[in-house]
Design a protein around this ligand. Structure first.
Ligand SMILES: Nc1ncnc2c1ncn2[C@@H]1O[C@H](COP(=O)(O)OP(=O)(O)OP(=O)(O)O)[C@@H](O)[C@H]1O
Ligand SMILES: O=P(O)(O)OC[C@H]1O[C@H](OP(=O)(O)OP(=O)(O)O)[C@H](O)[C@@H]1O
Ligand SMILES: O=C(O)c1cccnc1
Length: 481
């Protein structure tokens, strides 16, 4: 699974870098931001994930002889540029919002500052990693919210879009709230809880279902979770499971429960619960699986389905109802003749106009309710937030909306993660999940709703807004001249 992220890059990044090398000072510095505009599934925030992989890749960013030979073989790049790559000492600093943090549209999740040429080479793989893992962590948060505290096992390896998507997707799913994964490689690599039951092939491998359940109970007497839908859940699966549970109990073992993987899960689980309870197995858990997602889970729980655990594969690992997080990597500033110049990307669509300058994001808490966040502010990195802040709505279609904010405490969200003053990042996935839960508890409940969530306010400082407006005006004047 180890791969060379240095070449996991669109050709145009190398084409531009080679061109910068030919035409601009080699050490000319730039600032780039990663941010996104739209939230998957019409949610109101994304759960940041993937930073550990980005940092790991950047800490060892170098081109091998083999990489250089390949690039040389394209006959596109100068010898000077290829020598620069061969001897490249990565010297960018990176600030980023830690994994597990809820991040709102337009907030810089990650900021790279350093030689333009190097910044440019990072675009594709940084987006590849952050977009994928944040997408899956966000979907997992939704599914786990629908499950209302019940355990959710990630079962998606067989349906993921390839090996990397399954392994890093499982990691992201656990950051977003899953309790475990069936994916052993992900569990080993990231220290996740590995979990699982059995497949229908187990039952089909024995002359009948009862014999199959007995064989399982013999091998795993203390962790028997039996799949009851191979033939008929209520006529055969549950009665046979109860027989084996009785035998297990007589031998001093407590069964774990059953898994139902097809049919009307509410009706089947309700009747199965009744049968298990009547047989004295009130503690046996019922796990449901079969193309579940947050919508189906909500429907099942609304109907009162007595389900204890969920196993979720395809709809989580592919985020199938909303399969893209379109995070982007945009230039925010360029140092020219020793002076930083803020940079902006204009567009006919107001949503696509970028925020110029090196920026910071703050989460705001009221002084009298210090554990409740009420808004975020994007500011220029070198400005200090005043005690009385005139804040401008960051939604490009609502910038007329201004408000004076007072009595707040501002917590910066980005930390330096690569560079001379880098803090070490948290890589323990369960701690990242705990941090996500703590941070969600600080956000308004209405913004976490799965359907039509309330908008959480993200503001710009007047300095940042004025800078953006000035640059827009200057560009229009230039265009007219
Ligand atoms: N009570 C319910 N309310 C809403 N959705 C449900 C309910 N029970 C099951 N579902 C979901 O409906 C979808 C289709 O279920 P169905 O039993 O038709 O699956 P299937 O794939 O046809 O079954 P099989 O796995 O046997 O082929 C699945 O996503 C399942 O999770
Ligand atoms: O439905 P998902 O959310 O992806 O969960 C994982 C699925 O993987 C297994 O199915 P299997 O590959 O045995 O095929 P099946 O659909 O016929 O059960 C399991 O029985 C679940 O149904
Ligand atoms: O362990 C399970 O029950 C499992 C694992 C992967 C896919 N479906 C089910």
């Amino acid at each position: 699974m180890a791969m060379s992220e240095e070449l996991l890059t669109d050709l145009y990044e190398f084409s531009m870098a080679n061109g910068y090398y030919a035409t601009l000072p080699h050490d000319q510095e730039a600032v780039f931001d990663v941010f996104y505009r739209n939230v998957p599934d019409n949610g109101s925030f994304v759960i940041a994930a993937g930073l550990a992989q980005v940092v790991e890749a950047l800490q060892n960013f170098h081109f091998t002889d083999d990489d250089i030979s390949y690039l040389r073989s394209l006959n596109l790049f100068s010898t000077g540029f290829l020598d620069y790559l061969a001897n490249l000492k990565f010297s960018c600093t990176v600030r980023a919002i830690p994994e597990g943090t809820p991040v709102f549209p337009r907030e810089p999740m990650l900021t790279v500052k350093g030689p333009l040429l190097q910044c440019q080479l990072l675009e594709t793989f940084v987006l590849n990693i952050l977009n994928h893992q944040s997408l899956i962590a966000t979907k997992s948060r939704r599914i786990c919210a629908a499950a209302e505290g019940r355990a959710v096992m990630e079962f998606g390896a067989r349906r993921a879009q390839g090996p990397d998507a399954s392994v890093f997707g499982a990691r992201a799913a656990v950051i977003g709230g899953c309790t475990s994964t069936s994916n052993c490689l992900a569990a080993k690599k990231f220290g996740l809880q590995a979990a699982g039951t059995m497949a229908h092939s187990w039952i089909e491998s024995y002359p009948d279902e009862l014999t199959a359940f007995r064989a399982w109970a013999q091998v795993y007497p203390d962790s028997a979770s039996l799949l009851v839908d191979t033939y008929d859940v209520l006529k055969s699966g549950v009665p046979n499971a109860i027989k084996v549970f009785r035998e297990l109990r007589a031998a001093g073992h407590e069964p774990i429960g059953i898994r139902i993987d097809s049919g009307d899960l509410t009706q089947l689980a309700t009747k199965a619960r009744q049968m298990l309870d009547e047989a004295g197995f009130e503690n046996a858990k019922i796990t449901a699986s079969n193309a579940l997602d947050e919508t189906v889970i909500q429907a099942l729980l609304k109907e009162g389905a007595p389900l204890d655990n969920f196993g979720i594969g395809e709809k989580l690992i592919t985020s199938s109802t909303s399969p893209v997080l379109s995070g982007v990597y945009k230039m925010a500033a360029l140092k020219v003749d020793g002076q930083w110049q803020p940079k902006i990307k204009l567009s006919n669509s107001r949503e696509k106009v970028t925020l110029p300058g090196d920026k910071m994001v703050y989460r705001l808490y009221r002084k009298d309710t210090p554990d409740q966040a009420f808004a975020d502010v994007i500011a220029l990195a070198d400005e200090k937030l005043p005690e009385k802040l005139l804040a401008i709505n960051a939604d490009p279609l609502a910038t007329d909306d201004e408000i004076e904010l007072t009595d707040f405490v501002a917590k910066p969200l980005q930390l330096e993660v690569v560079g001379a003053n880098a803090s070490s990042i948290e890589t323990d996935v369960m701690k990242l999940q705990a941090s996500m839960k703590d941070q969600l508890a600080q956000l308004p409940k209405a913004t976490q709703r799965l359907i039509n969530p309330d908008v959480y306010q993200v503001y710009l400082t007047p300095k940042l807004f004025e800078l953006q407006q000035r640059l827009i005006k200057e560009h229009h004047q230039k265009a007219q001249a």
